[in-house]
Design a protein around this ligand. Structure first.
Ligand code: IMP
Length: 455
């Protein structure tokens, strides 16, 4: 049956975009089901580099339908910018792009709120959001009374709804601006309902041909035997419920989000690929236990070009954290692993993997549920010999240096899943596929028969 799902197992930026682009060939529908314009992915295709945010990279191919579901928060200006960018480079979008009428819409006040409220978490470290209004839009979705969905833009009461919300938001923003660190935030008085209405009506007209009940489209697709590719955005450690709260994004970015975000029951996903970088990165606030704030961290950042696609912020870099990735692999029901950017670790004398933490003097292999415990975690490293060879021209697993294979084998062992895909550069060709060896979902019987009592 039809579904494949690609999930980042770290803090985002695992180079999922390249993998999704390759896997798209074997699917009919590519589905973006959570997050918003906070995500960014770079795809190198046909000798050209494409930077996309909300629109799945499947848009570059014919015969693929790209679906942005109701689990996404949608900034129309951002989608239109992306569409214009694609069309100006000769990509025909036509009916290839569908946007859910259930998707909640990002408005200017969401972006203003993101700036006002991200100053700090209860007086502590800032979350360091992308500033795209993602959290505030999800907050209004859950709160319901101040929310507008894409389908609402086409209803007669849109203007009245908007005027009511703008009046409330002006009061809220003015209050927050007085009490919070509002540096650089547009003045609440700048929220002008008439101007916003005009602007969003223009967006609505432009997007009209693409707006659909995508849940119905997807469920019809499942019944018609179409193959679905679910493209997770961000990484599982940024999951609102299961990540390093509060230093997370506002959606379910682990595998648990597929069903709620898309409306397609999880039982239709029969292949879950967990994507990891060969090391760790994180952008924004929150703990990164294996972080290297030293020359080595700088080396990884430069070699891996670790700067944010959306915000261009330098990413924090560190060694591979197997405690964290094992947790998210289990959480997302991962069958197999794709290890990306392995080439970045070449030319190191030795490489390290964090296989446990010390927290409060105790050795721990379970990822902590509270961020304060994670802050205290001291990584326990395994050190493996490095490799000097350039990997960017290697095209088979067997041709990888023995030490690089040993490194991958150890990751596989610690995460309990086979490594089936290895990436050694940004190009499609720089991808090594091992024979698929999908681990059984239930290696042991779930309800074993009781051992017969001895006579
Ligand atoms: P928000 O999603 O803009 O609210 O940001 C919340 C946190 O998630 C911040 O630490 C961001 O840096 C991080 N984040 C959001 N989207 C991405 C992404 O696509 N890659 C990596 N980090 C992200």
């Amino acid at each position: 049956m039809p579904g494949t799902c690609v999930i980042g197992l770290q803090w985002g930026d695992e180079a999922k975009g390249k993998l999704v682009d390759i896997l798209t060939e074997d699917h009919d529908l590519v589905v973006r089901y959570q997050g918003g314009a906070n995500a960014g992915h770079t795809v190198v295709s046909g000798g050209q580099t494409w930077k996309l945010s909300l629109i799945p990279s499947g848009i570059l191919r014919d015969g693929i339908t790209c679906i942005v579901t109701g689990g996404v928060v949608l900034d129309p200006a951002s989608v239109i910018r992306e569409m214009d960018g694609l069309e100006s480079r000769g990509v025909k979008i036509g009916s290839k792009l569908l946007l859910s009428d259930r998707a909640h819409v990002v408005f200017p006040w969401h972006i203003a709120e993101d700036k006002v409220l991200d100053g700090s978490v209860s007086g502590g470290e800032a979350i360091g959001t992308t500033g795209r209004g993602i959290g505030p839009c999800y907050r209004d979705k859950v709160g319901r009374s101040l929310a507008i969905r894409l389908g609402d833009l086409y209803r007669d009461d849109f203007r009245a709804k908007l005027e009511h919300i703008v009046a409330v938001k002006r009061r809220l923003l003015a209050g927050w601006q007085q009490s919070g660190p509002a540096g650089g935030t547009p003045d609440a008085a700048e929220l002008d309902a008439a101007a916003i209405h005009r602007q969003y009506m223009a967006y609505a007209e432009r997007l009209r041909p693409h707006v659909a009940d995508t849940t119905a489209v997807l469920l019809d697709g499942v019944e018609a035997g179409k193959r679905l590719l679910f493209e997770g955005a961000q990484g599982a450690l940024l999951d609102i419920d299961h990540g390093t709260f509060p230093y997370v994004t506002s959606s379910n970015s682990s595998g648990v989000g597929v069903a709620s975000g898309s409306g397609v029951p999880g039982r239709w996903v029969d292949r879950v690929i967990g994507v990891v970088k060969a090391y760790s990165t994180r952008v924004g606030g929150g703990p990164l236990p294996t972080e290297q704030i030293n020359a080595f961290g700088e080396h990884m950042r430069e070699r891996g070009r670790e700067y944010g696609t959306v915000t261009m912020r330098p990413r924090r870099c560190g060694w591979f954290d197997a405690v964290a990735a094992r947790y998210t692999a289990r959480l997302s029901g991962v069958d197999e692993l794709a290890v990306m950017l392995l080439d970045v670790l070449s030319e190191l004398k030795e490489v390290r993997i964090c296989s446990a933490y010390t927290i409060g003097g105790k050795r721990v292999t379970q990822f902590p549920s509270h961020v304060d415990d994670l802050r205290q975690a001291e990584p326990i490293y395994e050190t493996l010999p490095g490799w000097s060879e350039d990997l960017t021209t290697v095209r088979s697993y067997e041709a990888l240096p023995a030490n690089a294979r040993a490194y991958l084998d150890r990751i596989s062992e610690l995460l309990g899943r086979p490594v089936t895909i290895v990436s050694v550069g940004p190009d499609r060709e720089q991808t090594i596929f091992r024979a698929p060896s999908v681990a059984p979902r239930h290696p042991a019987p779930r309800h074993p028969l009781p051992t017969p009592a001895k006579a």
